[in-house]
Design a protein around this ligand. Structure first.
Ligand code: AMP
Ligand code: MN
Length: 320
């Protein structure tokens, strides 16, 4: 798919990504937004996302994002959902539903395509990689390249997870040739943590519990702790990956409290357990090795409900 063929006759174009946007979501949305603004200065292009984490302010044009989802466009000629199904578009779901034509670009295995036109490839490292594929090379510039690069490095753990393909590295090589400071970009958006983020990571690790003979590890942060640190979901990125790096662990669970009896759950796997299947069962989604969902109950209810599925898969895989 080339995006120009899909939007050529549109006068108004909206772009949206998932709630609690991560690096891939922000990178993909901003890259496509900047590209369409550049190629079609005469068209109205708007990008809708919840407020992205502050580290992404290094992406040019980030202040253009409509974080309140308000617009005076009655119905967009084209609305493009990136890195998600329409149900996770948050305030932009309404705009997607009203649009004359919808496009969905995503790499989640749990997404079967929700647009009139779909470009969903679970084999791609990131939605940003797919966005790169739909753009015309000769119209890229350093700022667009930077946004795509941010997306790719965030979803591949800086080009190290198994979703990194030869094509991902080819694209990454092409992107850094635009000359932006990729080293600083990786340091500032991926590795650097605030003091509070480090404290929360520390607590989560300290209070983690291994079970299933050490093949599973779980940790959680309750509302009281989050309030004490004035923390929100943006401060919890990376905790589940660190848990999953524990030697011997096949599956890691991290959850934080979002309501009286409600948790946002993140799952990571080394590959033997398909956590997307488990997340989909509980109404969420994701990838084989990284998935998420929201679950009801106490911390222990959530662990018990997840454990049944994890244990079943481990037994099937012959590792338990
Ligand atoms: P997280 O654990 O939130 O970092 O998410 C891991 C992966 O699963 C990401 O690709 C998310 O986009 C996806 N994901 C997380 N929560 C959900 C959900 N409720 N529905 C669908 N996909 C999700
Ligand atoms: Mn993604």
């Amino acid at each position: 798919m080339k995006i120009k063929n899909e939007v050529i006759t549109a006068n108004t174009i909206g772009i949206g990504g998932h709630v609690r946007p991560d690096g891939d979501c922000v990178g993909a949305c901003m890259a496509l937004y900047r590209y369409l603004c550049k190629v079609y200065p005469e068209k109205r292009v708007d990008v809708f996302l919840e407020q992205p984490p502050g580290v992404f302010s290094c992406i040019g044009g980030i202040e253009d994002i409509c974080t309140d989802f308000r617009t005076d466009v009655e119905a967009y000629d084209v609305f493009i959902a990136l890195d998600t199904v329409k149900e996770r578009l948050g305030g932009a779901e309404r705009l997607f539903d009203q649009a004359a034509k919808t496009i969905n670009i995503d790499h989640h295995i749990s997404n079967s395509g929700c647009g009139d036109v779909n470009y969903v490839d679970a084999g791609a490292s990131s939605t940003s990689e797919l966005v790169y594929e739909v753009l015309d090379e000769e119209e890229l510039d350093a700022e667009i390249a930077k946004a795509v690069y941010v997306g790719i490095i965030h979803d591949t753990g800086v080009l190290r997870y198994s979703n990194t393909t030869p094509r991902t590295l080819e694209i990454a090589a092409r992107l850094i040739s635009f000359g932006f400071d990729f080293s600083e970009l990786v340091e500032k958006t991926f590795y650097e943590k605030t003091y509070v983020q480090n404290l929360l990571l520390g607590r989560a690790l300290l209070e983690s519990i291994q079970f299933m003979g050490g093949k599973c590890v779980v940790s959680g942060l309750g509302k009281k702790t989050l309030d004490f640190y004035h923390a929100d979901s943006k401060d919890l990125d990376g905790i589940v990956s660190q848990l999953n790096q524990t030697a011997g662990v096949e599956c890691a669970i991290f959850m934080y409290q979002t309501g009286v009896l409600e948790y946002k759950v993140s799952l990571r796997s080394k590959g033997n357990v398909d956590v997307s299947r488990i997340a989909v069962f509980f109404g969420g989604g994701g990838h084989v090795r990284a998935a998420g969902c929201t679950m009801s109950g106490t911390f222990h209810d959530v662990v018990n409900n997840l454990s049944l599925h994890i244990e079943k898969q481990m037994k099937e895989a012959g590792i338990l």
